[in-house]
Each structure stands twice: as C-alpha cells, then as structure tokens.
Design a protein around this ligand. Structure first.
Ligand SMILES: Nc1nc2c(ncn2[C@@H]2O[C@H](COP(=O)(O)OP(=O)(O)OP(=O)(O)O)[C@@H](O)[C@H]2O)c(=O)[nH]1
Ligand SMILES: [Mg+2]
Length: 299
C-alpha cells in the first residue's frame, strides 16, 4: 500500500496499469472525511474512531491530507499524526500525504490514494484534512460522510458559516467539550444550521455532537451519528450520487493531467510560441490559436 500510494503521489507512469488492476477490487470502502481548523482534535478523534471501528472487526485506512503542505508524506506530517495507538495493528493502515504540486495536486492524489486503500480491503477510510480554506471543502466533497470538527472559542457558528463548512458537514462535532463555552458553540452551530436550507423535510439534518476526544468521551455518539448518516444516504440514493460525483471529478482531473502532459510533449510553452507569434502579428486571435493547440493535442 505504501508503495502504491507513493506512485500516486509521484503521478508515476505505471498508475494506469496499477489502477486497472485495482478497479475490480475497489468500491466497498466507506469514506469518512474529518476536517477542521489546525489543532481542533482531528487526529485524536480519528484515533478514537479507528478504535471504535476496530471493535467492530473492520479494517481501517487513514489518510492525513494537508492541502497547505507541498511536502510529501514524510516527517513533517508524521509528527502531526498522534495515532500510535494503532501502529502495531495489521488491520489499520495510516498514511500522511501531501501533493507535490503537480498533476492537479490533492484532487489528483487523494481520490486515488483512497482507491488504493479501498482495493486493499479497508472497510472504512478516514481522511483527515487540515482546514485551511477552499481545498478542505473540496476534499470534504470526496467523502461519503463528512465530519466537521470545531472547538469552543476556536470557531463559532458564524466562523463556520464563513468558511463554507456548514454546507459540507454531515456530522458536526464540538470537541474539547471539557473547555468552557462548548455548550454555547453547540447552540450557535444548531442555530446556524437551522437558518440554512438543510431543514426541509426529507433532507439530512446534520447532528451536532459534543466530545472530549482526548478521553474518548462522546465517541459512541459520533459513531451513532455516522451510522445514521450512512443509512440515510444509502436509503435515499445519495451515497451512489456522491460516489458518482467523486469519480466524475477524478476522471476530469486525470483527463486534465493527461492533457497537460501532452502539452508538455509538444514542447510546453515553446510549442505555443509559434501560435503566439501568429497572434501577436494579428494573423489569428487567441481563441483560434487555442483551438489549434487542442487539435495538435489530438483532442
Ligand atoms: N482539552 C482537550 N484537548 C484535546 C482534546 N482532543 C484533543 N486535544 C488536544 O489538542 C491537541 C491537538 O490535537 P490533534 O488531535 O493533534 O488536533 P488536529 O486537529 O489533528 O491537529 P492538526 O492535525 O495539527 O491540525 C493535542 O494536544 C490533543 O491532546 C479534548 O477533547 N480536550
Ligand atoms: Mg492532525
């Protein structure tokens, strides 16, 4: 798994073959995204959830994804993952990952890494993403179930709304409930959710759960909320729709990466220079030039 995920990170040429081999084995994992601001308790919560899924006898994969980091799955992120509890469990695979800044970045690597874990027989794949802006919203969009973590005083409902996370959360967790202000944060959040457009009948209404992840308090309630969400989306077809959306994005990203590679083979910017000369001389317009470029790419 480690080597396959490294191939994914490198955008290695053999991925085409690898993915073809994996395809018949993928499609079973429950992908759960866990996102929130730095230090809110994502890794601690993830560790507790891994324990809870292991109690059910399930095989679990964990991907810790840092959209802000150009570094690969090495030391820097490794330090961040506090999951030693499961380091010796052969049914748990933990990996931190970052994009190396090419081939579509994390939108390229994350779904494919999930696919590797899925094909390796993980029943559940937990994807931890540091909340630093838009990219985490995108990555949360990859999950079947998205968990958004907040902590008292760190992000109240209004901040959550600003960050766009009210729309992406299927389950909200107010962690560090041993600190002051947790109940107020829960109230804020419930209020903000009630103002949104997710209160119509027939829609999933995201629950807000309080936890002290460091003491594993509230984890059963989080598991219950996850199970309910899973059952809900399975029932109403949303699970299939999400998976189709996820794969559609994946296909698009791969296609764009392929186009970019072909452009590179044409000599990259140099291949464009002749066309640019024509545009500068007023012989053609830039749209026509772009069309010609695409023709040369064989599209
Ligand atoms: N008081 C308190 N501290 C907690 C709780 N959960 C986690 N922590 C502590 O908060 C700190 C950050 O926890 P992590 O789980 O690493 O947080 P994270 O969101 O994964 O952090 P990054 O990956 O760096 O963004 C650690 O020192 C934890 O021990 C909690 O429920 N209460
Ligand atoms: Mg972490």
């Amino acid at each position: 798994m480690a080597r396959l995920i490294s191939l994914v990170e490198d955008g290695h040429g053999s991925l085409r073959e690898v993915m073809a081999a994996l395809a018949p084995h993928a499609g079973n994992a429950w992908v759960i995204g866990i996102t929130g601001s730095p230090g809110v308790g994502k890794s601690t919560t993830t560790t507790a959830l891994v324990g809870a899924f292991r109690e059910r006898g399930l095989r679990v994969g964990v991907l810790a994804v840092d959209p802000s980091s150009p570094f690969s799955g090495g030391a820097l992120l490794g330090d961040r993952i506090r999951m030693q509890d499961h380091a010796l469990d052969p049914e748990v695979y933990i990996r931190s990952m970052a994009s190396r800044g090419h081939l579509g970045g994390l939108s390229f690597t994350t779904p494919q890494a999930i696919r590797v874990l899925d094909a390796a027989g993980c029943d559940v794949v937990l994807v931890e993403t540091v909340g630093v802006g838009q990219s985490e919203v995108e990555i949360a969009g990859l999950a079947d179930t998205s968990v958004v973590l907040l902590a008292p005083g760190m992000g109240d409902g209004i901040q959550a709304a600003k960050a766009g996370i009210l729309e992406i959360g299927d389950v909200f967790v107010v962690n560090k409930a041993d600190r002051e202000g947790a109940d107020a944060t829960v109230r804020d959040l419930r209020h903000m959710i009630s103002l949104g457009d997710r209160t119509e009948p027939g829609l999933w209404r995201p629950p807000v759960v309080k936890t002290v992840a460091a003491q594993k308090i509230g984890i059963d309630e989080v598991m219950e909320a996850l199970d309910k969400h899973r059952a809900f989306i399975e029932e109403d077809g949303e699970l299939d729709r999400r998976r189709e959306r996820r794969v559609a994005d994946e296909i698009e990203t791969i296609a764009l990466a392929t186009l970019r590679t072909r452009l590179g083979h044409l000599g990259g910017r140099e291949g464009v220079t002749a066309l640019a000369r024509d545009v500068v001389a007023g012989r053609i317009d830039p749209y026509a030039a772009a069309d010609r470029l695409l023709e040369q790419l064989g599209t």
